[in-house]
Design a protein around this ligand. Structure first.
Ligand SMILES: [Zn+2]
Length: 299
């Protein structure tokens, strides 16, 4: 059955504009800075949202978008602090979150990520998103420090816990807690206001994303600010809505599979209907998202 699902899925994904697709012209991208809370800001150019912690000991980044944007990212960081970028945490291996690694690593930043991020960046990968084989990244882009479950930083008066959430969007996801500032960078565990891509080809799991969202909900409060991989800043209430939307659609698609429905029949059931106005206007349109969930659950 999978042979029927995958071509349909890739067609639907190709029709959609991938979140990790590279824009035509990086010279037109503007990197916007948004203060979040405490010592943490968010940078948004093209690709995954970046978290920035500034302090007297230097700067720590969470994710780094695409290589051509590094000069603009560095210029935006300079507006926040004259200190060097000492650490870059990658929330996962995708190119719209790690594309700046090589330039920043060359510049002296230490790249830190979960073990599976290094494994994927250092070996050839097949992208289910673009249906392409991706060569290994250059060695300077690989994380220098890796961890299995968690690592903590104590930098500039901030305590930062990095927790592996697995399997979720991929098999190498981390969520970053800035404890004093009460800010979380959730990586692509959370897409705020758009249906998420879940990378089943990189060990992702929709059950894992729901479980990861539950874990995150149990660790934050109503004043926590969440930087997510894609979309505007989120609150705990936004995360709860996302979690419930995902769990509802997952359960419906799983039921359809158990009832023997084909992909086309499952799409025709419109299992996302009441969520489409709020979540269906991103790069994954409703039918493409149903196809994605179906392909992940059918395995
Ligand atoms: Zn991603």
């Amino acid at each position: 059955m999978l042979y029927r699902v995958l071509p349909a899925l890739s067609l639907l994904l190709l029709l959609a504009r991938p979140a990790s697709a590279q824009p035509e012209d990086y010279s037109k991208v503007v990197v916007k800075t948004t203060p979040v809370a405490g010592s943490v800001s968010m940078l948004q150019g093209e690709g995954g949202n970046i978290g920035v912690l500034v302090g007297p000991d230097g700067v720590l980044l969470v994710d780094d978008e695409f290589a051509p944007l590094v000069p603009k990212i560095e210029a935006a960081v300079k507006q926040l602090s004259p200190k060097p970028i000492r650490f870059v945490i990658n929330t996962h291996w995708h190119g719209d979150h790690t594309g700046g690694n090589a330039a920043l690593g060359t510049g002296g930043a230490i790249i830190v990520a979960q073990d599976n991020v290094r494994k994927r960046l250092s070996t050839e990968q097949f992208s289910t998103f673009s249906q392409q084989t991706l060569p290994p990244s250059p060695a300077v882009a690989w994380p220098v420090i890796t961890f299995l479950d968690s690592v903590s930083f104590h930098l500039g008066g901030e305590d930062i816990d990095v927790l592996h959430v697995a399997p979720a969007h991929t098999d190498g996801d981390s969520v970053v807690f800035f404890k004093k500032s009460n800010v979380v960078h959730a990586g692509d565990l959370l897409f705020n206001g758009l249906y998420p891509f879940i990378d089943f080809g990189s060990g992702g799991s929709i059950d894992g994303v729901v479980a990861g969202a539950d874990m995150l909900l149990s660790r934050i409060d109503d004043t926590t600010k969440i930087i997510n991989g894609h979309g505007p800043l989120a609150s705990k209430a936004d995360l709860k809505r996302y979690r419930d939307m995902l769990a509802t659609i997952r359960d419906r698609v799983r039921k359809a599979i158990q009832d023997g429905k084909t992909l086309d029949q499952t799409v025709a059931l419109k299992p996302t209907a009441e969520f489409d106005a709020a979540w269906g206007n991103g790069f994954l349109k409703p039918d493409a998202f149903v196809a994605l969930v179906y392909s992940g659950l059918k395995k």
